[in-house]
Design a protein. Structure first.
Length: 422
């Protein structure tokens, strides 16, 4: 390393105002530039060498790896400045998050202030998170254009805003202006603005109209809400959970109001909704169990279906030999020479003795010592026979008068039923 050259580089860096000078074995790095002193192969070390040029944060090495260029973070990273109405602006060695055009930062939020440049009286303030034009005393913001100011009148009659022409003597020929909702008239050599009663000019509102100075407003009857400043639409009072607070009550919306009624399965008793005993009207074929707000039907043993049809247990071969179906049950029997055991098994008699099952020596089937066909309980307030009876002889659907013969398809084998329409 030539000492004179080293001194010259340090001096040049000082004169150029470079903040940082890094000395290496083969050259100098000043600011974003690296100066090579010797043109030898070892003057260009590889990545593994400790003497290489590096860049500060926000920069990266250029293609020649001897100078640094700025990194455009806004272009390379799309997750920067994602706040509402914000945008990313690249800077030398970094970036900044700024508000978009037409927005200004207020309490850390970018709000739209573009309207402020158009305000007629050049008065603008932020209200409810947004900038709005304001007017000088005696004026109000126009309802048609929020950037314009109209003469404001808080009385029925106000002086007109006139541009007097000295060459014109008659007041009615002078150029005068009235605010919206007022009409000009002349009196006592003075131009006045008188409020227009819009409510007298025709049906302005669905329900009620209230005249205001310079305007009017619509009012709806109770149970309605104003829509688009003119129409009155029914308000669904039942959206308020506080309506109909009583137990087992429900709310029904009506035009302009609501009504509290009992839920299904309940009836009003005084000021309470009490459970109805649906079983009192005998809605079931056999048994009825009343439940809160409803009821449940069930059948006696040996019956099935909505009509409580008798189950033909014999079709399921519960008996070893003979079987007789009964209402709600069945009876097993045995052929001669067999004895019924356990109500359904037929066991052959010892030594081949033929027994008659207690029938006086007659050859007959052995029947169990159990009751015959059990009787169906008599109807009561919870039983309403439908007229559906089993017809073992019927094998097809038929219709005679008011009796329909049909098949209970879920049974195996299918059951043929007759249903009488009353």
């Amino acid at each position: 390393m030539i000492p004179t050259t080293r001194a010259l580089l340090i001096c040049a860096a000082f004169l150029c105002g470079l903040e940082e000078v890094v000395l290496s074995q083969h050259g100098h790095c000043a600011g974003n530039l690296c100066f090579v002193l010797l043109q030898k192969p070892e003057d260009f070390p590889g990545e593994g060498d400790s003497h290489v040029c590096t860049c500060r944060q926000g920069y990266r090495l250029a293609r020649g790896r001897k100078s640094c260029v700025d990194v455009d973070e806004c272009e390379e990273r799309k997750d920067l400045c994602t706040g509402e109405n914000r945008e990313c602006m690249n800077t030398e060695g970094g970036f900044e998050c700024t508000c978009k055009d037409g927005f200004v930062e207020d309490d850390g939020v970018c709000v739209n202030n573009a309207i402020c440049e158009k305000c007629e009286h050049m008065l603008c303030k932020k209200r409810n998170g947004a900038y709005r034009c304001e007017c000088r005393e005696g004026f109000s913001v126009s309802a048609a254009d929020p950037t314009k100011c109209n003469v404001h009148c808080a009385e029925r009659d106000c002086p007109a805003d006139c541009v007097y022409d000295p060459d014109v003597e008659r007041i009615d020929l002078q150029k005068c202006y009235c605010p919206d909702g007022y009409i000009r008239h002349n009196g006592n050599d003075t131009a006045l603005c008188t409020d227009i009663n819009e409510c007298e000019m025709g049906p302005q509102c669905d329900h009620m109209c209230e005249n205001l100075f310079g305007s009017y407003r619509c009012i709806c009857h109770e149970g309605f809400e104003l829509h688009q400043n003119r129409s009155c639409v029914d308000f669904n009072d039942c959206t308020d959970q506080r309506q109909c607070p009583g137990e087992n009550f429900r709310c029904i919306n009506t035009v302009g109001g609501f009504q509290c009624v009992c839920k299904e399965g309940y009836s009003l008793s005084g000021s309470l909704c009490v459970d109805q005993d649906e079983c009192a009207s005998a809605p079931c074929e056999h048994m009825c169990d009343n439940t809160p707000g409803s009821y449940k039907c069930s059948c006696y043993d040996g019956h099935i279906g909505a009509f409580c049809i008798d189950i033909d247990e014999c079709s399921f071969f519960y008996c070893d030999q003979g079987c007789v179906n009964t209402f709600g049950s069945y009876v097993c029997s045995c052929n001669p020479g067999f004895t019924l055991v356990g109500e359904y098994r037929c066991v052959k008699d010892d030594k081949g003795t033929v027994t008659d099952g207690g029938m006086g020596g007659k050859t007959a089937a052995t029947t169990p010592d159990i009751p015959t066909t059990p009787s169906i309980p008599p109807p009561d307030p919870t039983r309403q026979p439908s007229g559906a009876v089993q017809d073992p002889a019927a094998k097809f659907a038929s219709c005679k008068g008011n009796i329909v013969t049909c098949t209970e398809s879920h049974m195996n084998p299918p059951h043929t039923l007759q249903i009488k329409h009353t």
